[in-house]
Design a protein around this ligand. Structure first.
Ligand code: ATP
Length: 609
């Protein structure tokens, strides 16, 4: 018995989780799905016509077999026989050719729908806030982009069309059978329930195993991801865990092959049952047909009986597929529901409709009574007030976790304040065009991110039309040119996965060069807390000192030399500015700054010396 088109046997059951999360199929949901089809209506109509034609033409050879037997063979009419055979072959070929066209078109439509959806999702995710990316698992985001939207492609290319073509085949077959002989049609249909039970049992067994092997597969991927990643493999090496990890991998791998073998054998016994039943159907029809013809002198012919048997055979596939379709349907709806959930997440931070135009752009920043919290439970910043005039610099210092980076995050609107306001160039940042704001701010963060590419590509990210001379100048200013010159490929040296081929200091200096190319009105420098060696440190220091002098800048500082370069120092503790002033005054005040100086800055200074 051929399986129904697009109806995988193993997918016949919903998992407990799927049952629990069964989506509500509502009219708005359907309407939303249909909206994706709207641009492709002409192509869809063509597919519909092709499906109807190919499904009905596909049944015709079975009907023609009756004529071949009755008129050609029994009627001994050779001419007719040849004509019917040619016709039958022609119809078969025609139906298959239409099928090819339908497959192409169908694929074209579903690929285009997923293309639209992927682009839309990517654009949507790009607009999501920092909060979204820090609170959602990266794996989930990628799954949504790849598997879920990939699943949608399957729904359009296979589920929808297979429902349609199977229903058409089934209805057409039933109508023809009843037209041939209603008693025989009823007998044929009586056998169908016999298939339901073994089909479902086979499906259940296989489904359970598929689930288990999926879990196994996840485990394998987990092990690979953890132990073959750049930092993972390093940990394994340094703790000499190669044999332990290999053993773990080998075990799961072995479990996987055992499961695969069982899976491929699963349900074979039920298939024996199903195959036996599929031979019972035709035999029953021959028997009843024979009785009708011999005992009751029915007008039924040998050809008629053959047609009925052939049609019955054509019905099993669609019946089986439609038996399982409910599951496919629910899964598809769940897929759409999940994707739409993402689409419905509000883009938190957007440009105002009518942005304000600052009169002068010199990077002036002012915080006015700013309160902020990432979550409702805990307030991070309280009543932050300070003003940084254009051309000046401020150093922010404070214990770890006091809120320094958080203050910085509010300026380019990675987050919005809960109360008060942050002004840039004298205007509330929420009233400025987002692109304008972010174009005018350059951040060198603690964790420098470089794309996997060449140094040049990473630099050009800031200014795509920078000339070679500009690139070199920026690198010189960032104190990295000497290093680049030593590279065989110079600016075209590859930085490796996330810049891992470079040292922390080199990465940071490249990112300083990148920011210099961007040439922002305000420069923010989040100094790395991790200990760089004193040579790298002084190189970075040499790079930033002259930059700070000429620019509006904010420095989150951990080293005395950086602090001393700033015009004003803000001391942050538990989300509040507790002290402010210049070094010479603060160090004498005996407060948090003095404490920090004693424990942190001076030690760093001693280490440097
Ligand atoms: P460090 O000097 O160690 O970098 P910091 O002073 O810059 O520290 P912040 O990064 O501003 O500190 O963090 C302030 C507080 O906010 C910390 O307690 C931190 O746990 C919390 N926090 C930071 N980012 C988030 C986030 N995305 N969601 C929730 N809480 C956060």
């Amino acid at each position: 018995m051929p399986p129904g088109r697009g109806g995988p046997m193993g997918a016949g059951f919903l998992t407990e989780e799927e049952k629990k999360n069964r989506p509500k199929v509502t009219w708005p949901l359907l309407k939303r799905i249909l909206r994706y089809l709207k641009p492709y209506v002409p192509q869809l109509l063509l597919v519909l016509a092709a499906i109807i034609l190919s499904a009905t033409l596909g049944l015709l050879p079975s009907v023609l077999t009756g004529e071949i037997i009755d008129k050609g063979l029994i009627g001994q009419d050779l001419d007719m026989l040849i004509k019917l055979i040619i016709l039958s072959l022609g119809v078969s070929l025609g139906s298959n050719l239409i099928g090819v066209g339908e497959h192409y078109l169908n694929n074209w439509i579903s690929q285009h729908i997923t293309y639209d959806m992927r682009n839309q999702m990517y654009r949507h995710l790009q607009g999501m806030s920092q909060r979204f990316f820090t609170s959602n698992n990266q794996g989930d985001i990628i799954t949504r982009m790849t598997s879920d939207i990939g699943g949608v492609e399957r729904v359009f290319s296979s589920t929808f069309t297979s429902i349609l073509s199977n229903v058409i085949t089934l209805v057409a077959a039933v109508v023809i059978m009843f037209r041939q002989n209603w008693i025989m049609a009823l007998v044929g249909m009586a056998i169908i329930p016999l298939f339901v039970i073994p089909t479902r049992l086979a499906g259940r067994t296989r489904w359970a195993l598929t689930k288990e092997s999926q879990e196994c597969n996840d485990q394998i991927n987990g092990i690979l991801g953890e132990t073959l990643s750049v930092s993972g493999q390093l940990l394994v090496k340094l703790f000499c865990k190669e044999d332990y990890e290999y053993g773990k991998y080998k075990d799961v791998n072995h479990r996987m092959i055992r499961l695969n073998i069982r899976e491929s054998m699963a349900g074979r016994w039920f298939w024996v049952l199903i195959s036996t039943f599929s031979s019972v159907g035709p035999m029953l029809l021959y028997l009843v047909g024979g009785i009708l013809m011999i005992k009751y002198n029915s007008s039924l012919t040998v050809g008629d009986v053959t047609v009925l048997v052939a049609l019955l055979g054509r019905m099993y596939g669609p019946v089986n597929m439609l038996l399982n379709i409910q599951v496919e349907w629910i899964r598809s709806m769940a897929l759409f529901t999940r994707i739409f959930e993402y689409f419905d997440m509000k883009v938190e931070i957007t440009s105002p409709e009518h942005p304000a135009q600052p009169i002068l752009s010199d990077g002036t920043v002012e915080f006015k009574d700013v309160d902020f919290s990432y979550t409702e439970e805990r307030q991070i910043l309280r009543k932050i007030n300070f003003k940084l005039e254009g051309g000046h610099s401020i150093a922010i210092v404070g214990p770890s976790g006091s809120g320094k980076s958080t203050i910085i995050n509010l300026i380019p609107r990675l987050y919005d304040v809960n109360a008060g306001e942050v002004q840039f160039d004298g205007v509330d940042v929420r009233r400025l065009d987002l692109n304008f704001l972010r174009q005018n701010i350059g951040i060198v963060s603690q964790e420098t991110y470089l794309f996997n590419g060449t140094i040049r590509e990473n630099l050009l990210y800031a200014k795509p039309d920078a000339t070679e001379a500009e690139l070199i100048e920026a690198c010189k200013k960032a104190n990295i040119y000497e290093f680049i010159e030593k590279q065989e490929l110079g600016l075209d040296a590859v930085v490796g996965n996330r810049g891992l081929k470079l040292s922390g200091g080199e990465k940071q200096r490249i990112s300083i060069a990148r920011v210099l190319l961007k040439d922002p009105a305000l420069l923010i420098f989040d100094e790395a807390t991790s200990s760089l060696d004193s040579i790298s440190e002084s190189k970075i220091q040499e790079a930033i000192d002259p930059i700070i002098e000429s620019r509006t800048s904010i420095l989150i500082a951990h080293r005395l030399s950086t602090i001393l370069a700033a015009d004003e120092i803000l001391v942050v503790k538990d989300g509040e500015i507790v002290e402010r002033g210049v070094h010479s005054e603060l160090v004498k005040a005996g407060g948090t700054y003095t404490e920090l100086y004693e424990t942190q800055f001076r030690r760093a200074l001693d280490a440097q010396e």
